[in-house]
Design a protein around this ligand. Structure first.
Ligand code: NAI
Ligand code: MG
Length: 359
C-alpha cells in the first residue's frame, strides 16, 4: 500500500534531517516491499513567511487532512520572533489536527554514553515514555498584555485545563503504561503552588487510576521530578505531564540519554480522525544549520514511530528493524559531534541505510 505523507521541513536543520529521514524511509520501504511512501513537500518556513507574510495558506489545514501522516522538521529562525513562528505553524497544526497527545520515548541507545553514567548507578535502566498533554494547559494561548511598552506593563498567560482534556490524556498514559513491561505510571504536576488546574489533574488522575488496577502509579511535583530523573532513572517508566512540564522534562530526558539530537516525538490524534505528526523534539539549531552536521537520529527515531503508527500494529517489525539499524550504527561509532563522534549527517544517514539492507 501507498502512504501519503506531507513533509514540512521548515527551517535550519529541519531541512537537513527531513531529507535524511525521507532517504531512510524510502530505503525501508524498498527493502520491505509491501508499502511505499508518496511524499508531498510543503515549503512553509520562516524564510517564506518573511517574503509572503504567512506560514500556512488559509486552506493549509484542509490540504494536510488529505495525508496519512505529517513529517515535520523544525520551525524558527532568529529573524522572526519565536512566538510568531511557533504560533504560525506547529501549534496550530497540533491544535487543528486534534493531536492531543505528544509521545516522547527516551532510552540510551547502544554506543551512546549518557551523562548519567557519572551520577546514576544504572544508567542503562533509563527507559521512559513521556506522555505530554498537547492541546491545552499552559500553551492554550490565552491571555493578553496591557500597557505593553510602559513601566506599568501587565501580561497574563492563562492556563486552561478541562475535564475532557485531562481525562483523555490520563487514559492514554495508563494505556501506554499497560503495554509496557513494568506497568508503571508517574504523574507530574505542580499542585502545591498551582492550586486550580493542577489540583484538577490530581483529582482526575485518581478517578482514572481506578479503571487500571493493574498499573502501579505514583505522583511527583515537577521540580522534585527533575532530581529523580537524574538520580533514580530506573524508578521511572511511563510519565504523564502537562504541555509545559513535559516539554521541559523531555528536553532533560533527551540530554540524559545523550543528546537532544536523538529524541523523537509523535503528535497523535488517537481517534485517527486526522493525520498525526512526527518530528524530532529539537528545533532548527541556527548555530549548526547549513553545516551538514546535524544529528539525524532523532529524525530517524521519529520516522520509526511514524511507521509504527501508520501500520497500526502491522508494521511494528519494520519500525523495530529501523531502530535496530540505528543502534547498529551508533554502536559502530558512526555518530555526529553532539555525541562526541566525528561523522556528518550524510555519513550517519548512509550508514543507517546500509544497515537497513542487512538487518
Ligand atoms: P534547538 O533544539 O534548535 O537547539 C538547542 C541546541 O541543541 C543547539 O546548540 C543545537 O545546535 C543543538 N541541537 C539541536 N538539535 C540538534 C541535532 N539534531 N544535532 C546536533 N545538535 C543539535 O533549540 P533552540 O536553540 O532553543 O531553538 C532554535 C529555534 O528552534 C528557535 O527558533 C526555537 O523556537 C525553534 N524550536 C522549534 C521547535 C519545533 O519546531 N518543534 C522545537 C524547539 C525549538
Ligand atoms: Mg521543547
Amino acid at each position: 500500500r501507498v502512504y501519503k505523507i506531507a513533509t514540512i521541513p521548515g527551517d535550519g536543520i529541519g531541512v537537513d534531517i527531513t531529507e535524511a529521514a525521507i532517504q531512510v524511509l524510502d530505503k525501508l520501504a524498498a527493502v520491505d516491499g509491501t508499502f511505499t511512501f508518496q511524499w508531498n513537500e510543503f515549503d512553509w518556513s520562516s524564510k517564506n513567511f518573511k517574503e509572503r507574510g504567512w506560514y500556512m495558506p488559509p486552506d493549509g489545514m484542509e490540504q494536510l487532512k488529505k495525508f496519512n501522516a505529517i513529517y515535520f522538521g523544525a520551525v524558527g529562525w532568529p529573524d522572526v520572533a519565536d512566538h510568531i513562528s511557533l504560533w504560525g505553524l506547529i501549534l496550530p497544526i497540533r491544535n487543528s489536527m486534534n493531536q492531543y497527545v505528544n509521545v516522547r520515548p527516551t532510552r540510551i541507545l547502544r554506543g551512546i554514553t549518557s551523562p548519567l553514567s557519572q551520577c546514576a548507578k544504572q544508567p542503562r535502566d533509563l527507559d521512559w515514555v513521556i506522555v505530554r498533554e498537547n492541546s491545552e494547559g499552559e500553551y492554550a494561548g490565552q491571555g493578553g498584555t496591557t500597557h505593553g511598552h510602559t513601566p506599568h506593563a501587565v501580561a497574563t498567560e492563562v492556563s486552561i485545563f478541562t475535564r475532557v482534556g485531562i481525562e483523555r490524556i490520563m487514559r492514554f498514559a495508563f494505556d501506554t503504561a499497560k503495554l509496557r513491561p513494568r506497568k508503571k505510571l508517574t504523574m507530574v504536576t505542580k499542585s502545591n503552588a498551582q492550586r486550580h488546574g493542577m489540583v484538577l489533574w490530581d483529582t482526575i488522575f485518581h478517578d482514572v487510576a481506578k479503571e487500571y488496577p493493574d498499573i502501579t502509579w505514583d505522583k511527583m511535583l515537577v521540580d522534585a521530578m527533575t532530581v529523580r530523573m537524574v538520580n533514580q532513572p530506573q524508578t521511572l517508566d511511563t510519565i504523564v505531564a502537562t504541555n509545559l512540564h513535559a516539554d521541559i522534562l523531555s528536553d532533560l530526558a533527551a540530554a540524559l540519554s545523550g543528546s537532544i539530537g536523538i529524541a523523537p516525538s509523535s503528535n497523535l490524534d488517537p481517534t485517527r480522525g486526522c493525520p498525526s505528526m512526527f518530528e524530532p523534539i529539537h528545533g532548527s539549531a541556527p548555530d549548526i544549520a547549513g553545516k551538514g552536521i546535524a544529528n539525524p537520529v532523532g529524525a530517524f527515531w521519529s520516522a520509526a514511530e511514524m511507521v509504527r503508527w501508520l501500520g497500526n500494529g502491522e508494521l511494528d517489525h519494520v519500525a523495530d528493524g529501523l531502530m535496530e539499524a540505528i543502534e547498529k550504527v551508533t554502536e559502530a561509532g558512526v555518530k555526529t559531534r553532539d555525541l562526541a563522534g566525528s561523522s556528518n549527517t550524510k555519513e550517519v544517514t548512509e550508514a543507517v541505510c546500509k544497515e537497513i539492507e542487512v538487518v
